[in-house]
Structures are given as C-alpha cells and as structure tokens.
Design a binder for this molecule. Structure first.
Ligand code: ASP
Length: 341
C-alpha cells in the first residue's frame, strides 16, 4: 500500500516562529523547509508537502476571507492528499476549526489543526510534539480509510472535535477544552483512538461552501447589562442572527424591557440562538422560570453547542441563504457533530 501523503498548511501563529540568529527577535519560519527545521520528520514513512499563507497571520486577524481561502486550499488539493495538518494560531483556532467543519461538507479525510503556546524555535516548545502527533494522526488509517475523517484540534496529548472546543487558557500547554464531548484520541505511549466517538461520514463527494454571512452578533449577558445597550445591539441595521450567551442552563433576566427587546427583534426576523456561558452542560429552556419566556417568544435553544461553533454555524447557514423556520430547524440539528440533542 502507498504511504500517506499529507499537506501541511501553515497559516501563521506562534508555532511557526523561530529566533532570528542576528536580532534574536521571533519571526515566522519558511515552512517549505520543514525537514530542515525538524529533520526528525524524515523518520516518518509519509510524504509531507507544505504550503504557507502569504501573509502569515496572527490568528487574531482571522476573517471570513481567511476561512474561504483555507477551505479553497483544501478543496484544490483534496484529491491529491490523504490528510491535512493546519498550523494556526491558538487564539481563534476553535473558531476556525468550527467554521471549517461546516464549510467542508462530506469531509472524508482528516483536517487536523494544531499550534503551540511556545514557538517552535524555543527549546521548551510544545509545538514540536503537537506538530508530530498531528501528523501521525492525520496519516492514521484503519481498514484502508482515514482514522479521523473530520476537522479536529490536536493539542497537548488530546485530539478533540474542532467544533466542540474553546481556548480556555492563555498560558498552559493544555490550552483547549472540549467540555461537552470526549476526546477523539488520547496520546501517551500509544495513540488511543476513541473510535466510537469519531464521525463515520458517508463516502460522498466533498462539497465546499464558501458563502458566509457575517450579519451576526454575540450578545453576552451580565448582571447589570443596560437596556439601552441591548436595544441598540438588537437594532443594528441588517442584523440577521444573534448568539445570546445566557447563564447556566439557558437562563436570562425576566424583566419586561429585556423580553420586549428580544420579542421585537424576533418580530423583525432576527434569529436569537441561546447558548450557555458555561464551558460544560447544555441549554434547557423551560427548566427554570428564567428561561420559560425565552422559549415562548421564539428564542432557539442551542443545546450544548459552544459559542465558537454557534457563531460559525450561524454565519454558515445564513450564507447558504437559510432564514426563518428552516434556519431554526438546522440550528437545532447536529450537522457535523457540533451538538448533542
Ligand atoms: N496570538 C497568537 C495567534 O493566535 C497566539 C498563538 O499562536 O498561540 O496567532
């Protein structure tokens, strides 16, 4: 059998930084030369090709055009490669992995995001292990098929479904959390795949969706939030979808001004998607009195979806032209394993 051929897509972020030998400053490394940077990669029985974004970006600068470009690179090289490793800054990796999971419909090959907290060029880097394990996972096969045919994040010994993650620590090597879904694999002496939890997609041709609509907003509740803020936010011209980050199991103030503001927005066709601020657990509208009203006025419950995944899903579905009841139905349907009913 042929050995796996992988494409490494370097988009930027800390992982690719090395120290300039003269100035000592950190700067992006030209990844065309990955074997020079990491000669150990030659020990893999895989063929590795790489492509670098120009410009390389700090992931705080990710935009919808960045996602379209990334999805395009995967689309253009999909047939040629057995899997993809995306090197990406950690700050918005959970958003990008969520978005790519929606854009790449019928994905049958691994797209493994990874990055690091310390640059590759620093002795104590976590980038080296993350990168090597991500490569091995992207190349893994079972019965002639990819072991992980989905968009995932590999970080610090764990492989997680991308659209279930959030970055929760700015310093620890263990920077990502998948609060509502078990790891797809755990890495120690062996890589132990949690095969039951990995998607088993039908063998259909890849469909890449590049239309995204960012007429959206995340509104995070906090005690003391001013009526004028909520009302103005919901009156933004052209607004189509709101991720309402509520408390606990989907609870929100019962004040008349708040419910009226939401009711008016819903009346204008704006979809309000209720997502919990908690990093684990689900929205359950109607469990407490403080969410009964939300349910009555037509707020859409997001179950256990993350905020990152919810905003990506909203932009993706609006981009496909969905609105009204069909949009609400799809928001409550797991499309890529992003929520549990
Ligand atoms: N600011 C960087 C980024 O997200 C941090 C990192 O790479 O971890 O691009």
């Amino acid at each position: 059998m042929q050995t796996p051929t992988l494409l490494i897509i370097y988009t930027g972020g800390t992982i690719g930084m090395v120290k300039d030998p003269v100035s000592g400053a950190l700067q992006p490394y030209p990844f065309e030369d990955i074997y020079k940077l990491m000669p150990v990669l030659r020990n893999f029985d895989y063929t590795l090709h790489s492509v670098s974004f120009d410009p390389l970006i700090d992931s705080s600068n990710v935009t919808t055009s960045f996602w379209i470009k990334l999805a395009g690179v995967i689309e253009d090289s999909y047939e040629k490669y057995d899997g993809f490793v995306v090197l990406h800054g950690t700050d918005t990796m959970a958003y990008s992995a969520s978005m790519l999971s929606f854009m790449l419909e019928n994905l049958n090959k691994p797209v493994i995001f990874t990055g690091s907290q310390l640059p590759m060029g620093v002795i104590r880097t976590d980038g080296r292990d993350n990168f090597i394990n991500a490569i091995e996972i992207a190349a893994a096969r079972v019965n002639g098929r990819p072991m992980v045919p989905e968009v995932a994040i590999y970080f610090e010994n764990k492989l997680m479904r991308g659209n279930r993650t959030n970055k929760y620590n700015a310093e620890n090597f263990n920077a990502f959390l998948s609060g509502n879904y078990p790891p797809l694999a755990e890495v120690g002496v062996h890589i132990r795949y949690n095969t039951e939890m990995i998607l088993k997609p039908d063998a259909l041709p890849l469909k890449v969706h590049k239309e995204l609509d960012n007429s959206v907003l995340i509104l995070k509740l906090f005690p003391g939030i001013a009526g004028v803020v909520v009302k103005n936010a919901l009156n933004i011209e052209g607004l189509k979808g709101v991720i309402l980050e509520t408390y606990g199991a989907g609870n929100a103030p019962t004040d008349a001004w708040f419910i009226d503001a939401l009711t008016q927005a819903i009346g204008k066709g704006i979809i309000i998607y209720n997502v919990t601020q908690c990093k684990g657990g689900a929205v359950d509208m109607g469990k407490y009195e403080t969410s009964v009203k939300l349910s009555q006025i037509g707020v859409v419950g997001g179950y256990d979806i993350t905020t990152e995944s919810a905003i990506a899903k909203m932009m993706y579905l609006l981009g496909q032209g969905y609105s009204g009841d069909e949009l609400k139905r799809l928001l409550q349907t797991p499309l890529r394993g992003e929520l549990t009913l």
